[in-house]
Design a protein around this ligand. Sequence first.
Ligand code: FPP
Length: 245
Amino acid sequence: MENLDVNKLPKHVAIIMDGNGRWAQEHGQDRLFGHYEGVVSVRKVVEAATEIGIQYLTLYAFSTENWDRPATEVNGLMSLFVDTIAKEVPDLHKNNIQLHFIGNLAQLPPEAQKALEAGRHQTAQNTGLKLIIALSYSSRWELTEAAKKIAIQVQAGELSVDQINEATLSKNLTTSDFPDPELMIRTSGEYRISNFLLYQLAYAEFYFTNTRWPNFRKKDLVDALLDYQSRERRFGKTSQQVSPN
Ligand code: FPP
């Protein structure tokens, strides 16, 4: 951690937490056991992100596509979300963490919606790490919703077609309050983006690790950050333009 350059930290890190099921199978356990262990990693990574000074952390906890998993797994995950949020909110609050949720939350069971809203409300005044949990989230859903919202504004005469620009789109996404992530981490050896923040990750650096999510710890986050800091971010420009010396 002492090798990290505090002046070159990404403000926003996004993580696709993959490999819970495989980790469980490798340990001769039910897939849900992997998700329970995954919560331990969530806690460790949130602690580490706070300590390091990351300002925004987005975690992909459940995708729109995950609804198609067997009902036992979906129901188990929903209970896990409700229990974890209820259990962790006091500690998150103590650590000044502000909790946010993005996704099609109306699809979640009512008790989950209530737990999320209570957690969000309780931590709303906090000024530390912004922890954003993507639940029932998919980027294509989000972009479709944004298109509808913009169309409604045009229809109402509040916006003309000529006024629509990239900022209009950003403002109508579920992430409108957050800067785009500079670093996206995916665990468990998959090299896909899986409908996650497609618009927001346009210039993010991607970091892939074979580590299964339940094994992911502070050291793995630091490794990802060190790798990020070793890269030259050019945003379409030449190397000479971004670092003339
Ligand atoms: C992907 O692994 C993981 C998920 C679909 C669930 C992730 C959820 C948690 C870690 C719990 C987080 C809880 C809160 C409250 C944020 P997978 O099941 O796709 O693994 P596999 O690819 O090995 O099958």
